[in-house]
Design a protein around this ligand. Structure first.
Ligand code: DAS
Length: 324
């Protein structure tokens, strides 16, 4: 009987409503008491944290990564499920995916409605995630995010609705599998770039996201550098454009050895070096990297992981992004 390791971290799926707002409270074992599980699966539980994901720091990330390493070191474990808050699930699942080269799946899930909501969505999401983690179709697919009957590869997945139970999508990529009426339906098999050599103990270096908005100057950019950022991600306009003032700051940062990755503040579509005058073509000429369709948040994780684990972060990012 396959063993699935459930790593519970909190989030809305584990939250109850109280007088001062919602708080994560339930353990992994409590979550399972509400959840229909496949007969032929044994679930072992570890409580990693019981907090909302918007409050995560590098400490929680490190603890989760250690638990994942421990689970994967156990040959009895056929797959891992991580219950997690939805607010930062796209970043955390992506970071985990960057270092995950094992064939066994890691499936993230959560909920938009609390555990004590009469129409809670957590139990069905957790049930789907466990079934998926135990299913052969999930092997070799890396890290997946399973929500509302759809499972997305971590790369490209985004929270697309603040409250709807269909809270996630992978714009332009779509789901990798469906979980419907007790069946797992494979849809696409996204390529898996080779895992980066990050470990649970690799420190995540400071990489800041700089938003572009009408009239943006270099104040935030300069402040990030002054705070010690080793890489910067632009949440750029449109297909990856900045402005003439930011362009000169990018040119200087790259010359000083700080990698700059261009992503878009638009939630769908790739960036491309198209425009001069502070646009993407100018940024590319100044030495910036282009993050294809990664969100700024996922781009930040890729750049940080590359800086943490390899001597030439710019080359590592470019090589990783070259795998479609
Ligand atoms: N937005 C909440 C959630 O859906 C809070 C969090 O991210 O933990 O889980």
């Amino acid at each position: 009987m396959p063993e699935i390791r459930l790593l519970a971290t909190g989030g809305t799926i584990a939250s109850r409503a109280g007088a001062n707002g919602r708080y994560a409270a339930a353990t992994g074992a409590e979550l399972l008491t509400n959840t229909a599980l496949p007969d032929d699966v044994r679930v072992s539980v570890r409580d990693v944290a019981t907090i909302a994901s918007f409050a995560w720091r590098s400490e929680e990330l490190r603890t989760l990564r250690r638990h994942i390493d421990q689970a994967l070191a156990d040959p009895e474990v056929a797959g891992i499920v991580v219950t997690h808050g939805t607010d930062t699930m796209e970043e955390v699942s992506f970071l985990i995916s960057l270092g995950h080269g094992d064939p066994r799946p890691i499936v993230f899930t959560g909920a938009q409605r609390t555990l004590d909501d009469p129409a809670a969505d957590g139990p069905a999401n957790l049930s789907d995630a466990v079934a998926l983690a135990a299913h052969p179709a999930a092997r070799e697919r890396g890290v997946l995010l399973c929500f509302d009957g759809h499972a997305y590869a971590a790369r490209g997945v985004r929270k697309v609705d603040t409250l709807s139970t269909h809270g996630f999508d992978a714009p332009g990529r779509g789901p990798a599998l469906r979980v419907a009426a007790g069946r797992i339906i494979p849809l696409t098999a996204p390529a898996r770039p080779p895992a980066l050599p990050i470990t649970a103990d690799s420190a995540i270096p400071r990489v800041d996201v700089i938003p572009l908005y009408l009239g943006a100057d270099t104040t935030l950019f300069d402040a990030a550098l002054a705070a010690g950022a080793r890489g910067l991600v632009l949440a750029a306009f449109g297909a990856g454009n900045a402005n003439p003032e930011i362009l000169e700051a990018v040119r200087q940062a790259v010359a000083d050895g700080v990698a700059v990755l261009v992503c878009s503040r638009v939630h769908s579509g790739p960036v491309a070096p198209l425009y001069g005058g502070g646009g993407g073509a100018s940024l590319a000429e100044a030495g910036a990297l282009f993050g294809v369709d990664l969100s700024p948040w996922q781009g930040r994780m890729l750049l940080a992981a590359a800086i943490a684990s390899t001597p030439d972060a710019a080359k590592t990012v470019a090589d990783w992004l070259a795998v479609p």
